[in-house]
Design a binder for this molecule. Structure first.
Ligand SMILES: [Zn+2]
Ligand SMILES: [Zn+2]
Length: 384
């Protein structure tokens, strides 16, 4: 079967690249992927796979199989692009490779269909919007779309610094990320009589000093830093009574992030309010870290070796970047999941307006994903 998959994909090279180019040319930003969703539905129609769309948001879910005797396997792709300046023009731009991910998932389904693979249970395809906002995966979780999924596969292109074209990893160890917005309320006074006021700039500098001094476990990469400050008015002779600040926090594991968030809150409130100011803190966004799933990694590693040989199987990269895919594992306790890292010689980097990669890697992605789905299709629902 391995040879049939590889042959099939090689023969479809022109179609695969054409779909990628089409999706690349029709980029849409998070929550506005209307044309993209319609395109996906058209492809699912052509494959004769029933699907569901939503009246309140973009994205789609394909349902292939009858769920009778085997596991429910999920294949997930993100579908959104970024809004960025490309050669002086602001536009939606697929610089995170989600156009490639969609192409890989759609051709994985096509390959399995045309080769006559039958889902023993169900193959559910998740075309998830708004990954870049961190809200897309949560929207699917809140709609209970993944409650019956046993095994979930995702995939992301990797930059050249992490792995090369014709290499792939059975997981990507993304770190956890969180951002906070803070508001500080003080008391105005004449600058000559500052003892009568409460200076919010003093609060903010105290907060910055306190968070830079948080003791973190040196074994686990983690950081917290102030990334935004706004305060004061137009008069330089008035003690300012209002300011806002922003903080970005990163940690390589969810446990380290929980610890960091506790320490951040304590430092911010204590340091910021030491002079009598009042501090409000709001958690703006949170992205969980990857959780290692040995059995899923083993299954995918087997497929990578079949496609790229032993040399092509590389260890999962540890990366400080965030990915909302990991909400699925965090929120759905019985779910087994992993995100395949695909080597693509991508340069200069993800989210760069001129990001480019080796298009032949699309073929590797489809082969690895198709063979991985076939492996999981042989498992029972609770085998791993
Ligand atoms: Zn991205
Ligand atoms: Zn991405």
């Amino acid at each position: 079967m391995k040879d049939r998959v590889i042959d099939w994909v090689n023969k479809k090279e022109v179609e695969i690249k054409a779909m990628y180019h089409y999706l690349h040319e029709h980029a849409e930003i998070s929550w506005e992927e209307h044309h993209t969703t319609a395109f996906i539905c058209k492809q699912l129609d052509l494959l004769d796979i029933p699907y569901k769309t939503f009246s309140d948001q973009t994205g789609a879910v394909g349902y292939w199989g009858n769920n009778r005797t085997g596991p429910t396997i999920g294949v997930r792709t993100d579908i959104d692009a970024l809004w960025q300046n490309v050669d002086g023009v602001w536009k939606a731009n697929h610089s995170c490779g989600h156009d490639a991910h969609m192409t890989i998932v759609l051709f994985t389904l096509k390959c399995l269909k045309e080769l006559g693979v039958q889902p023993r249970g169900m193959i559910k395809s998740f075309f998830q919007p708004a990954e870049e906002t961190g809200g897309g995966a949560l929207s699917f979780i809140n709609k209970n779309l993944l409650d019956d999924v046993d095994y979930l596969l995702g995939l992301h292109l990797r930059p050249i610094q992490e792995m090369r074209h014709n290499e792939a990893s059975p997981a990507i160890y993304h770190g956890a990320a969180a951002s906070f917005k803070g508001r500080v309320f003080g008391l105005q006074a004449h600058a000559a009589r500052h003892h009568l006021g409460i200076n919010v700039i003093d609060s903010i500098t105290a907060i910055n000093t306190a968070i830079r001094a948080i003791p973190l476990n040196p074994i686990i990469p983690a950081s917290a830093k102030m990334t935004f400050i706004q305060g004061g008015g137009k008069s330089f002779n008035i003690i300012p009574d209002y300011a806002e600040f922003g903080i970005d926090a990163r940690a390589q594991t969810n446990e380290a992030m929980n610890d960091l968030i506790d320490k951040l809150k304590r430092s911010i409130y204590h340091a910021g309010e030491a002079n009598g100011a009042k501090v409000e803190l709001e958690l703006l966004s949170e992205m969980p870290a990857a959780q290692k799933d040995n059995a899923m990694e083993e299954a995918v590693a087997g497929s990578i070796k079949e496609v790229l040989g032993k040399k092509g199987l590389v260890p999962p990269p540890v990366t400080p970047g965030g990915e909302d895919f990991h909400f699925y594992a965090k929120k759905l306790k019985n779910l087994h999941s992993t995100m395949i890292g695909l080597g693509t010689d991508l340069k200069p980097g993800l989210h760069h307006p001129k990001m480019s990669f080796e298009l032949d890697s699309l073929l590797n992605g489809i082969k690895i994903m198709a063979l991985s789905v076939m492996r999981l299709n042989e498992f029972t629902a609770d085998e791993i």
